[in-house]
Ligand binder design. Structure first.
Ligand code: UD1
Ligand code: CA
Length: 454
């Protein structure tokens, strides 16, 4: 018998006031639905199904390789949403976890606990519940005198006594799959919201002799749902703290965790120090003994050990051990910088490979270049890689020395050990071990200045 998971994500998300599909709003650079799918990857479920509205192409695009989709054309309630998965799930014999797509703080640990509790208790439904000082807006758990769960009452349908109950339905459940789908067609929408509530399935299962239990979590941060941008900011803070604390526990120094934004998919090795104002999004691996920041943006990078990146922006790139970047450098689009390099201020690199021990210390643009090892790129030197139509490659071989303010008009090759004189505009290949000078001769006119001033 195997288990499945069903994520409800067809709600309109009206309060986000957005053209972006609700569950795609990012938290620390990652769409909120992806947190839930990733959490489920660590839970023993063999199928993951997301119920989406019909305009959800962007969600399909993001997750098409990881989940199956069911479509809810009209948003007639959570019970109706689950029913949309019937063609996919009705023959499954195991248990089905039901989750909400707008609750990205849930952990795989809690989901595993919920599932195991359900299985160990041989239950037909297990509701993940929690206690809130202010339960306004949530469904309340109604119990009999012996503490057995009778039903869930929605806030909008609750009487004054019921509203005082602070044990709430988090919107996460584990159902015996067969019981769930046998029950759904019995739901009615005779409530204040005229919706088919999934929560009504609880009472129906109970009344038909099913076993309904709760698994309470005391960590109510995990079940925090995001309905507007204020909640999105709140969730960002919780997640940021969670991620930063985990990194600190593993030996990373974060000078100011309130002011450091690191994605959940970032690995950082011990004794690296992160200075304030650093934003690290996407998937990253950062080595040991690095100093990152202040005010540095990294996205999808691999960084070696002993690297210093100061006030810089590095995207989709790789940096070797012992290299220093910045201040104020910009590396992007599959740039690979080797070990022991120095990339100084106001240097931009795009789609460039830069060999070990090479330097571009000041004010350079290197685009579509392949630079060997032990190369010196002089201050102000650029690759002229674009002719207005196409991009062209510049190759600079090992041990070459390119003087200041050279223009290397691509496609062009600077040979091994070659010198390019400062101020040259290089339009032809430079052979190995040669010196290229391509600049106008200087003419000095004696006493000219004095005459001119008269
Ligand atoms: C729901 C629960 C409530 C619980 C709360 C926890 C019901 C009736 N109520 O209320 O007991 O305390 O969650 O957050 O289930 N959705 C669809 N299609 C629909 C309606 C909703 O896919 O037609 C999805 C939404 O995208 C969302 C989830 O279901 O991810 C929950 O829907 P929402 O409208 O937010 O339910 P709540 O009123 O918060
Ligand atoms: Ca909600």
């Amino acid at each position: 018998m195997s288990n499945c998971a069903l994520i409800l994500a067809a709600g309109k998300g009206t309060r986000m006031k957005s053209h972006v599909y609700k569950v795609l709003h990012p938290i620390l650079g990652k769409p909120m639905i992806s947190y839930i799918v990733d959490a489920l990857n660590k839970v023993d479920v063999k199928r993951k199904i997301i119920v989406v509205a019909k305009d959800a192409d962007s969600v399909r695009e993001l997750l098409k390789d990881q989940v199956e989709f069911a479509v809810q054309e009209e948003q007639l309630g959570t019970g109706h949403a689950v029913r949309m998965a019937r063609p996919l799930l009705e023959h499954e014999e195991g248990n089905t976890l039901v989750l909400c797509g707008d609750t990205p703080l849930i952990t795989s640990e809690t989901l595993n606990n919920l599932l195991n509790y359900h299985i160990n208790n041989n239950a037909d439904v297990t509701i993940l519940t929690t206690y809130l000082d202010n339960p306004t807006g949530y469904g309340r758990i109604i119990r009999d005198a012996n503490g057995n769960i009778l039903r869930i009452v929605e806030e909008k349908d609750a009487n004054a006594d019921e509203k005082r109950i602070n044990e709430i339905n988090t919107g996460f459940y584990c159902f015996n799959n067969q019981k769930l789908f046998q029950t759904l067609f019995q739901l009615k929408n005779d409530n204040n919201q005229k919706e088919y509530y999934l929560t009504d399935a609880i009472e129906i299962i109970k009344n038909s002799g099913g076993k309904v239990v709760s698994y309470p979590t005391l960590n109510n941060e995990e079940v925090f749902g995001i309905n507007d941008r204020i909640a999105l900011e709140h969730a960002t803070k919780i997640l940021k703290r969670r991620i930063n604390y985990e990194l600190m526990k593993n030996g990373v120094t974060i000078i100011d965790a309130d002011n450091t934004y690191i994605s959940i998919d970032t690995v950082i090795k011990p004794d690296t120090i992160i200075y304030p104002g650093t934003i690290i999004f996407g998937k990253n691996v950062i080595g040991a003994n690095c100093i990152i920041g202040p005010n540095t943006q990294l996205e999808n990078v691999t960084v070696g050990d002993n690297v210093r990146i100061n006030n810089s922006c590095v995207i989709d790139s790789t940096i070797g051990d012992n290299t220093t970047i910045g201040p104020f450098a910009h590396l992007r689009n599959h740039t690979i910088v080797g070990e022991n390099c120095r990339i100084g201020n106001f240097v931009e690199m795009k789609n460039t490979t830069f060999g070990e021990n090479s330097k571009a210390s000041h004010l350079s643009y290197l685009g579509d270049a392949v630079v060997g090892s032990n190369v010196n790129m002089g201050c102000g030197t650029i690759t002229v890689n674009y002719d207005g139509k196409k991009k062209h490659q510049t190759i600079i071989k090992d041990n070459a020395f390119v003087g200041c303010n050279a223009n290397l008009i691509a496609p062009v090759v600077i040979g091994e050990g070659a010198y390019v004189a400062a101020g040259s505009t290089i339009t032809e290949d430079v052979p190995d071990e040669s010196l290229a000078i391509a600049r106008a001769h200087q003419i000095n006119k004696p006493e000219y200045a004095k005459k001119y001033r008269k």
